[in-house]
Design a protein around this ligand. Structure first.
Ligand code: CU
Length: 107
């Protein structure tokens, strides 16, 4: 009876995707609908274009608490676009309706 030496497994590991270069900027949309920002939390990258579309029948604003952007009044059916920049959390709100709050997060 021959002893067969144990052979360490040599299965190849899964292929790793190569690290990609900087991703392309994206077009992202946030609906203003029913007195809410949808989605209320959104991860963005510098260079992404974020467009808020007011689907309500009353005007709203998209106003960053740190002053990074302020749409002024967005009429019913109108929109506002901001090109993302900076870092960290950007809390924003509607100046007319203080319960309308949301956040963008940058890396
Ligand atoms: Cu509002």
């Amino acid at each position: 009876m021959a002893l067969v030496p144990a052979v360490a497994g040599a299965a190849p590991g899964p292929a790793h995707p190569s690290a990609s270069a900087a991703p392309a900027a994206r077009e992202l949309a946030v609906a203003i609908d029913g007195m809410r920002f949808v989605p209320a939390a959104l991860a963005v990258r510098p260079g992404d274009r974020v467009t808020w579309i007011n689907k309500d029948l009353v005007p709203h604003t998209v106003t960053a608490r740190d002053g990074r952007f302020d749409s002024k009044a967005i009429a019913a059916g109108a929109s506002f676009t901001w090109t993302a920049s900076g870092k960290g959390h950007v809390d924003y709100a509607c100046l007319y309706h203080p319960t309308m709050v949301a956040t963008l997060t940058l890396p």
